[in-house]
Design a protein around this ligand. Structure first.
Ligand SMILES: Nc1ncnc2c1ncn2[C@@H]1O[C@H](COP(=O)(O)OP(=O)(O)OP(=O)(O)O)[C@@H](O)[C@H]1O
Length: 240
């Protein structure tokens, strides 16, 4: 099967800084792929280029075989790529359910069956039904993260990019999040996740790709990648 996302020779310069230096990466249909790497290795830039926040300096991004390189974020969202931010993004003054409703209005949909046909169904899925009518701004941090996931899912992605989804969550909240994300491929949603937490990545991902100074240095089954001498060298003295 061809990959849902094919990244070829992707590069990004910020002035004199090379954030991405010719990255090739494929995300397969139905997988949960992890992307790891030290601070500043280019992970968020990779997501920002795929989602159209930044234009690449070179290379291409194919989504389901279509060239989406350099398209605007709304066009990429409409094509079916969803994104959660490191900071949960919601309208603080609006209700939780209202936030999900609005997120679902501002995107196109593809022809795939919608596993959560209503905003309420999405809130049930992420476990926030009890606070449906609360203002988003009063939610505790962990719930705000779950709302961020619901907002991304409301855009009906077939590929979801998660940027440090468990940052700041306690163990119970992280376990809940892992349980939700693992269900996504069963709903037709492929996932690519960035995180520094290797335990989380081992729970979520059968495959990892590792970036270092903007280049991919390893890519394969999670256990093999974590034992790769090149990866161990990068993380020497770190938290691997
Ligand atoms: N908008 C920008 N302008 C200038 N430089 C940038 C910009 N965004 C990222 N960079 C630089 O590009 C490099 C890669 O940064 P990026 O945020 O992609 O790394 P990262 O792997 O996501 O890091 P972290 O794990 O700390 O989030 C860094 O040197 C960073 O300073």
């Amino acid at each position: 099967m061809s990959p849902i996302l094919a990244i070829n020779g992707l590069s990004k310069q910020f002035g004199g800084v090379t954030a991405l230096a010719g990255v090739d990466l494929a995300i397969e249909e139905g997988e949960i792929l992890g992307v790891v790497g030290p601070n500043g290795s280019g992970k968020t830039t990779l997501f920002n280029v795929v989602t159209g926040v930044h234009r690449p300096s070179g290379g291409t991004v194919l989504f389901r075989g279509q060239d989406i390189t350099g398209l605007k974020p709304h066009a990429i969202s409409r094509a079916g790529i969803g994104y959660t931010f490191q900071q949960a993004m919601a309208f603080a003054g609006l209700g939780v359910l209202e936030n999900v409703r609005i997120a679902g209005e501002h995107v196109g949909t593809d022809s795939t069956a919608n596993p959560w046909p209503t905003p309420q169904a999405l809130l049930d899925f992420v476990g926030l039904s009890a606070v449906a009518n609360e203002k988003a701004g009063v939610l505790p941090f962990g719930s705000l993260r779950l709302l961020g996931l619901a907002l991304a899912l409301a855009t009906r992605p077939s590929l979801l990019l998660l940027d440090e989804p468990a940052a700041g969550l306690n163990d119970r909240e992280t376990t809940a999040l892992v349980g939700l994300v693992r269900q996504l491929p069963g709903h037709g949603i492929s996932v690519c996740v960035i995180d520094h937490d290797m335990k989380l990545m081992q729970m979520l991902c059968r495959r990892l790709a590792v970036l270092d100074f903007g280049s991919k240095i390893s890519d394969g089954p999670t256990e093999a990648v974590l034992a790769d001498p090149k990866v161990l060298e990068v993380y020497l003295g770190g938290d691997l």
